[in-house]
Design a protein. Structure first.
Length: 417
């Protein structure tokens, strides 16, 4: 992981950005604090107090060339030096640099939001929609994922009383600035992004963007589904249909694709119940709006893959501690939040460039397979050796990983076939 980090060149890029400068000769360089923060997350830190345990790991300090690792207070003071301006000037160029280095031209972007419950009086922590902890204050971040590479394109932290669409256009503008050297072939989003303003924004751009967005089941749309004819069977218990619909505030009709599932055949089916004069609970419905001309089944199949964004959010929370690195100041919390996103992208790069496995293992699995290994440093005759406790097939596998990193002269090149 350390070799791949060096080959990527990200530290050399970030050191030239507007990072907080150290106040004395005894202070840590900003890029070392960031690298230590990334490393602590990769090995399992879930809060700032956990990150301080790096101070006692002499093997990791030797591997990365640190004289000493920062304390908990060092991380807190460092992130508290970030403001809205500094966050923009540091993380937007870093994400753009990262995306530009991906050897892939056409991408799919998945927009999503989540709720991060807070238990103190942190700045921006407001009471809003919170399905798991109703009435509890929270933050409500907005994220954009690159589907093909399973990486984060952009992320904003927002107060907990915002909706999915709050300041969404500003977030999309920044995301497209990050992606300006790529071609966005498709945008997918859940029903929280279903609004006329958002659809107009995508359609009215100089180069209109293809989209598939889940639709909120308003009563008028339920009436449309109720009278819809011509359902086509996809498989046993599942049917699909399409129609054009124009709301009263739309300037033109848009294409709708509907899927209904018979829950007697598919008892675990997702979707909404209509509950009109049809047998109660017979079908669950899903509805999508799109400007694509693909067959209806392809629209549905294309949207299904968006569920992977939910898996990315779960991993960010459970394995990367996304919702647990919180400080009193809002922009300090956002700085830590966006630093974690870069740590996630680097680990995703490691999974795809070095491990090259068919299944994308979570970070908790990678810790067990790659990182949580007994090791020690020995020095003899001026030579420093890293000794790892691994024998047999495990040793051969680890040797293969080291060889892969050494032979790979293009850290960001990979196939998404």
């Amino acid at each position: 992981m350390k070799d791949m980090l060096e080959d990527s060149g990200i530290k050399e890029f970030m050191v030239n950005l507007d990072l907080p400068q150290k106040g004395s000769n005894r202070s840590y360089e900003a890029i070392q604090i960031i690298e230590c923060f990334w490393t602590s997350i990769w090995i399992g830190a879930g809060r700032f107090s956990h990150s301080a345990y790096l101070r006692y790991d002499k093997v990791l300090q030797e591997i990365f060339g640190w004289k000493q690792a920062p304390s908990q207070s060092t991380y807190s003071r460092f992130f508290q030096k970030f403001s809205w301006k500094r966050n923009t000037e540091v993380f937007v160029p870093t994400q753009q640099w990262f995306v530009d280095n991906l050897q892939i031209k056409n991408i799919t972007i998945d927009f999503d939001s989540t709720v991060m419950t807070r238990y103190g009086e942190q700045e921006g922590s407001k009471v809003g929609y919170n399905a798991t902890k109703p009435g509890r204050a929270s933050h409500h971040p907005l994220m954009a994922f690159i589907a093909e590479t399973r990486m984060v394109a952009n992320a904003w932290l927002r107060p907990g009383n915002t909706s999915a669409l709050s300041n969404c256009n500003g977030f999309i503008d920044e995301t497209f600035e990050i992606l300006k050297n790529k071609t966005v072939g498709l945008i997918r989003a859940d029903s929280g992004f279903y609004s006329n303003d958002f659809l107009n924004y995508l359609e009215d751009k100089q180069n209109p963007i293809n989209y598939i967005i889940a639709v909120k089941m308003y009563p008028t749309l339920k009436q449309e589904l109720r009278k819809l004819q011509g359902w086509i069977k996809l498989k046993n218990g599942m049917e699909i249909a399409e129609f054009e619909y124009q709301s009263h505030d739309w300037k033109k009709p848009r294409r709708m694709v509907a899927v209904r599932k018979d829950i007697e055949v598919l008892p675990k089916a997702t979707g909404k119940l209509l509950l009109f004069d049809e047998p109660v609970g017979k079908y669950r419905y899903s509805l999508y709006v799109t400007n694509l001309n693909l067959p209806a089944e392809q629209i549905w199949l294309s949207y299904k893959d968006r569920a992977d964004a939910e898996n990315r959010i779960k991993e960010l929370k459970y394995d990367f501690g996304l919702d647990r690195f919180c400080m009193d100041k809002f922009w300090a919390t956002e700085a830590a939040f966006r630093t974690i996103m870069i740590a996630y992208n680097l680990m995703s790069l490691f999974r795809q460039m070095v491990l090259k496995s068919k299944t994308q293992a979570t970070l908790s699995t990678l810790r067990f397979k790659c990182f949580a290994l007994g090791s020690w440093i020995s020095k003899h005759a001026g030579k420093t050796t890293l000794n790892i406790s691994a024998i047999g097939e495990k040793r051969k596998w680890l040797d293969g990983l080291f060889d892969t990193v050494r032979k790979n002269d293009k850290a960001f090149y990979f196939s998404n076939a």
